[in-house]
Design a protein around this ligand. Sequence first.
Ligand SMILES: [Zn+2]
Length: 338
Amino acid sequence: MSQHFLLSAKARTLSVLKVMQMTDTDAFSVFKELRWGEGNEVSCPCCGVIGKHAFRRDRKQWRCKDCGHTFSVTSGTIFANHKLSLKTYLAAIALFSNAVKGISALQLSRDLGTQYKTAFVLAHKIRESLMEQRNVEPLSGEVHMDGAYVNGYIRPQNKKEDRIDRRLAEHQRPDKRCVFVMRQKSTDADMAGAIKTLTFVLKGENQIDVGNLAHAFVKKGSIICADESNAYDALHAKFDTRRVNHSVEYRSNKGVTNNMAESYFSRFRRMQYGQMHKFGNMHLASYANEAAFREDTRRQSNGAIFMEVTKRCAKTRASRVWCGYWQGNKRHEERLAS
Ligand SMILES: [Zn+2]
């Protein structure tokens, strides 16, 4: 029997140990290369001019030949104005990349020796980069869709006579949300399952939102597979929609399943129960997208995942939400797709 990909040496191209053995100059070169490529094509984050800007070796900063702006390798990225060493950020990305079911801020803070608050913001900056740089091109071919609820749990009262019917609409928690997923099936014989995943946060699994999202993110002529929920009923008019009724079977006699969506939620729930425990609604979209990224990169080596995450961090502008988060600068609006 052939060896599982994740057990092979090909899947293991990075170790946190290797990152920690880097010098500061190595870390600088890695970050520079992932941001601007292998050549000397440094681009000014202020005016965008690419070229040979004057480099001050002692301060590791450039002065733009065009606008005179002074910038560093992290200026204009999610790690701008950084206080930790570059190596610490790379180590954080390595830990983040290796954690296939996500990593909690507390665990990251222990591994890096930083405060919890620092690790929380750092992990969220990485998630923000994954979200900002996600590929939102419409899906095609066979697409599986499903929704799952979070933050809706109602704890039953101690005494039976005090308990309410938790199924009724008026008893639902106002912060209950639906994570909605769409996954495109691979057509490559070597790669079973999904290759591209898009996630959205909704207030509920309903026909209007599902219809709008399918219209915006699924190409015409695609096949949609969904379960028996009436949220998908209206899709039959526009797409070749196939259904499986989960209350009676997981695979219909015609061979229809919704398994790619289910396997996404399998990882998502493990991330929730095992690592995060709670998803704040303000950041739920980022957590959902993180699970999507991890699913889509499941067959890549950890070195490749590390490079991809670092590249996305280097391409993402500093987010206002994550500057001064613990000084009171917080996100005020959820990222709802409704
Ligand atoms: Zn410039």
